[in-house]
Design a protein around this ligand. Sequence first.
Ligand code: NAD
Length: 530
Amino acid sequence: MSPADLVMASDLQVAAGKVVSVNPATGEVLRELECANDGEVQAAVTRACAAQRAWAEIGVQKRIAVLREFQRLLHGKKSQIAEAITREAGKPVAEALITEVLVVLDAARFLIDNAHRLLRDEPLPHGNLATRLKRGRLLREPYGVVGIISPWNYPFSIPATETLAALVAGNAVALKPSEFTSLVALELRSLLHAAGVPQDVFQVVIGDGVTGAALIHSKIGKLVFTGSVATGKRIAVAAAERLLPVVLELGGKDPMLVLDDANVEVASSAAVWGSFVNAGQACLSVERCYVNSSLYENFLRSCAEKTKKLRVGPGLDSETEVGPMIHERQLRIVEAHVEDAVARGARVLTGGSRLKELGDNFYSPTVLADVTHEMRIMREETFGPVLPVMAFDSDDEAVQLANDSEYGLAASVWTRDGARGERLARRIQAGTVMVDDVVSCFGISEAPHGGVKSSGVGRAHGRFGLEEMVRLKYVDVDLMPGMKKVWWYGYGMNFLQQMQGFLDMQFARDLATRLRGARKAIGVVGRKQL
Ligand code: NAD
């Protein structure tokens, strides 16, 4: 961390309190930071509003050049950033590199290659005869300042991907990172400023939910929130009061469906990685696993064997595969879900308890068999290293179980038959369905990320994530400015008959166009021409 970061972070102080950054593997206090109070948040956003105009005016090509520099700097500092993530969020450094640094490098690549094309003005031809003498154009304009509120579980990739899209579209950004991972956000700030983003165009406001609430009431033009369903709902209510547009990327309870023709060896490895990556603290974690009864016992055996071999420990140790959880509150949720499942008849095949010998925040990767939908572990987001497995008898039953949830973030289907997987994918209520893979959709920069039902509103990443960062403006230019329009005043019987005639003409034209299209489709026109 540079001295400039220290100064700027302490600039945010006042009496509202402090956030303490802790290494979850050791309990070591990394740093205390003052929270930004309401006045400081408003002042930061006011500065951002003023700076945004010039940032928008430099044009998209110059902003892309800044992103290119950011990408170069991030690549050069990849190991340092990965280690900073591990120190504050706990995950193994290799995971920080793949699921955070690489994701951001690739998101930058996508925007560098595509932002110019996706943001440019678009002509909008008119079909209605009455409006043919007009020229329409769609403009994509920045919102001004985009507020980003982010969680601790992917403290770099989530705010960075959203920030890059907002910035390249010409917005300024005020980021309120999770109170558990402020230092990673300050690393992001250092990189962006070093790359050429002006100080006021990207600002970090440190703090907890109080600071986040202040950001919602500031002059931001849009809010992109990632976090729990409970907080997301509170934010939606607060945003509704001032009709602030929001993207809500919320929790998940992602199902994995293992069909009767699946490769058990591959699918069980996927289940183990998909449940325990980031110690199960991923919005896209496999939180529910449904397996065809013909494979059930084999699949369970394979999962349990692989889980027992996982190396749990501090993320900074290069041998570690599963790191600590973030904090005590999250561990208690996991314990409560496992206890409830066991009390209702679930079998613990491996794990099921804390690993106190490693430290306060370690929980043993756990495989549960014979779970049911009456158990909390299959209904509420667990967000910890638990793989609950349940049998089904038919594909219809698997789809019904997958959809029996308040959540709808992502899902996966496992089969040797891709077409069968795609057919089932269409029936599953989720923002993303992967056939024969889990979790990695977050790293596909072109793919939209977001949920349905309680998992959220709006999309991040790719073309649709970029579209969230701009307002559409429609500009219409009349090509006959000296001519009065025929539909203006002068109503009467004559006018009425003329309008009826016009409607008939338009309708007949539409019909003829459709007929021509249909004839072309069945080849009539083609044959006649021959
Ligand atoms: P959280 O909801 O507790 O906090 C998220 C952020 O909101 C934090 O920065 C927090 O300080 C802030 N906040 C809290 N109360 C607020 C308020 N009243 N007003 C404004 N801001 C407020 O979530 P968390 O524990 O940090 O993250 C874990 C959750 O995030 C899980 O549910 C997980 O599934 C979800 N998540 C979703 C995605 C996704 O893309 N859908 C990605 C990662 C995490």
